[in-house]
Design a protein around this ligand. Structure first.
Ligand code: FAD
Length: 395
């Protein structure tokens, strides 16, 4: 019988791996497990909050993957037996695998921030998984009075999409500038440094003046308690901040199925081998995307897509008894600060004795003080990236 590869999660990492496995090795039986019939991307969901993208433009279905020969089952994976090489679906069905690929994304660590649990998220949305939470946050922004305060709580590293909170601040500011210009945005951050910091600070100021205030660790930015009913946040040194809209991005961990499979460690993430993203803990299971701990590679959709292709090539080679390919990876994170104002950071990584390292001299970041044409070009590169990666994965 043909070897069977099961892939859990039809997002950036999983859908890519499923599609490329079929492309590289059409003889493989590839099954993708994903509960949602339509996947809404986190990338560009900040633009939706700004009113710059429609919600439906962020949705992708699985017809393209089916047409590529991937069997798609819309169910939740519930448990993994690594010794028996089986996976159990929520409906009870047991599926056998020769290789298992997990790309379940993140789960939120409820109560890691005192008072912030699933019920609190219905009042103070995280909107860190695209869907009902994103729509709720947008409705709250629309209902807010002019002159209100939007407070965002930002976690320490590592977390999904390092530049995401700061792009979101800019996109909320874009919306406020147009419709509620007396409003304020307060960012309470658990750390002192963040991705593209100098570029964000410069861009915020250029486009939104004093609207966005960022408080890092040294200025008592670290939140320790959330009162979602009162829309209040308390910091380490006891300051209380009252919000009109409260967006809490809590600490995170790998999606629960990774824990069930035994691939996570005490950090909550799954350490992987740099060569092929196979788990360091359980043979035959590969972990992609945000759920993995991949050294210097950030938790981004770009990275997950790249890892999906590499893992697919490695798995196909191993199952065919061939030498696996040499691993090198790339990432670019585009962020939009305003219409026609984009910035980016890029990196290249390679495997070295099981670990992932930065390729020397590979980091590329947008220059400070670039002219308007440069920022406009980067904004259009970002939009082109979204169209290209969506087509690569789902169309
Ligand atoms: P996901 O894409 O989240 O896919 C996980 C899938 O697994 C989900 O569909 C889920 O339903 C499914 N799943 C989970 N558990 C199970 C289970 N037990 N059984 C079956 N299915 C399961 N990245 C960029 O590169 N560029 C950007 O501009 C960008 N912007 C972002 C903006 C925001 C606001 C946020 C929050 C993130 C952004 N990201 C961006 C990051 C990007 O969304 C993630 O890094 C990416 O989605 C990770 O891919 P993944 O495959 O690990 O997880």
């Amino acid at each position: 019988a043909a070897a069977r590869v099961l892939v859990v999660g039809g997002g950036f990492g999983g859908a890519t791996a499923a599609r490329y496995l079929r492309r590289i090795a059409p003889q493989l039986q590839v099954t993708l497990i994903e509960p949602a019939r339509r996947f809404y991307t986190c990338p560009f969901s900040n633009l939706y909050l700004a009113g710059l993208r429609s919600w439906e433009s962020l949705g992708h279905d699985y017809d393209g993957l089916r047409a590529a020969g991937v069997e798609v089952i819309h169910e939740r994976a519930e448990d993994v037996d690594a010794a028996a090489r089986t996976l159990r679906l929520a409906g009870g069905q047991l599926l056998r695998w020769d290789r298992l690929v997990l790309s379940p994304g993140i789960d939120l660590r409820w109560n890691a921030l005192d008072g912030y649990d699933a019920a609190a998220a219905e009042l103070a949305p995280h909107a860190w998984k695209a869907g009902a939470q994103t729509l709720l946050l947008r409705r709250q922004m629309q209902a807010m009075r002019d002159g209100g305060t939007f407070v965002m709580v930002i976690p320490d590293n590592p977390f999904r999409c390092p530049p995401g909170p700061y792009e979101r601040a800019a996109m909320v500011a874009h919306y406020f500038k147009r419709y509620k210009p007396r409003s304020k945005i307060l960012l309470l951050d658990a750390k002192e440094n963040f991705s593209k910091k100098a570029l964000f600070l410069q861009g915020w100021k250029a486009l939104y003046g004093e609207m966005i205030e960022w408080l890092g660790l040294s200025r008592d930015g670290q939140a320790v308690r959330v009162d979602a009913q009162a829309l209040e946040v308390e910091t380490v040194f006891g300051a209380r901040h009252r919000a009109d809209v409260l967006n809490v991005i809590p600490p995170q961990k790998a999606g629960f199925i990774a824990e069930r499979a035994g691939v996570t460690d005490g950090s909550g993430w799954a350490p992987v081998k740099g060569e092929n993203f196979e788990s360091q803990r359980v043979a035959g299971i590969h972990v992609l995307g945000d759920a993995s701990f991949a050294g210097p590679m950030p938790k981004s959709g770009f990275a997950a897509n790249n890892q999906g292709k590499l893992a697919a090539a490695a798995i196909a080679a191993e199952l065919a008894g061939l030498e696996p390919p040499t691993a090198s990876y790339a990432n670019t994170c585009y962020s939009l600060i305003g219409p026609g104002y984009g910035i980016s950071v890029a990196g290249v990584y390679r495997a070295q004795q099981g670990r992932l390292i930065d390729m020397p001299h590979s980091v590329g970041i947008s220059p400070l003080d670039a002219d308007a044409a440069f920022r406009a070009a980067e904004a259009s590169h970002g939009a082109a990236w979204y169209a290209a990666i969506s087509a690569d994965i789902w169309d």
